[in-house]
Design a protein around this ligand. Structure first.
Ligand SMILES: [Fe+2]
Length: 199
């Protein structure tokens, strides 16, 4: 099954700056994503994106929401239409006249699957958070305290165990860090510090 999108332009430049409202985005999320585990993953990535947009990019509220929205909806079609991932959500957001940069971030969150290169910081951080967020969460589930007391070295040990969260691509993680210009340790530490806030 190929998920290649076979295009590199998304959305319409006339829609620059346009987003869904939070109510609209959450309604789409609830309608399309039925699996609670996937819902949690998407909320976690949305939160990481929002935190990063505030703390590292120093964006205003509108900018923060653009990053958060990309995270919240990046896997919206994975649950019910895996063979159309992420074509379906892209087309839906294009139909709804969403900012092309948000659509591009979603389209490039798996360059090795969708064939679209991450370009902006938003693109690169969505790719970087996506896979690693899942591995850190899997680790939290096997710890009695969850995220409490979680350490960088524990996550790195699991990362080296090929059988742990085996569906998480180690190659994608290191590729994403390189593209984002972020050290693996920094990225893991950031996720550990934030992700436990999402329930
Ligand atoms: Fe994801």
């Amino acid at each position: 099954m190929s998920l290649l999108l076979n295009r590199s332009r998304f959305g319409n430049a006339d829609n620059s700056g346009k987003t869904l409202s939070r109510v609209e985005a959450e309604a789409l999320f609830q309608e399309w994503v039925l699996n609670p585990r996937l819902q949690l993953h998407m909320k976690q990535v949305a939160y990481l994106m929002k935190c990063w947009a505030i703390e590292k990019e120093q964006l205003d509220e509108a900018g923060q929401w653009r990053w958060e929205m990309a995270g919240l909806l990046h896997d919206a079609d994975w649950d019910q239409w895996p063979e159309q991932h992420c074509k379906k959500i892209i087309e839906e957001l294009e139909r709804r006249n969403v900012d092309p940069e948000i659509i591009h971030a979603i389209a490039s969150h798996g360059p090795n699957h969708f064939g679209v290169e991450p370009e902006t910081n938003m693109d690169k951080m969505l790719f970087a958070f996506d896979e690693l967020s899942g591995l850190v969460h899997a680790y939290s589930l096997m710890r009695p305290g969850g995220y409490d007391g979680m350490e960088l070295k524990g996550v790195k040990k699991r990362l080296k165990e090929k059988s742990f969260a085996a569906n998480v691509s180690r190659e994608d993680i290191s590729d994403a860090c390189t593209r984002a210009g972020i050290g693996l340790d920094e990225l893991i530490s950031y996720i550990i510090a934030k992700q436990g806030d999402v329930k």
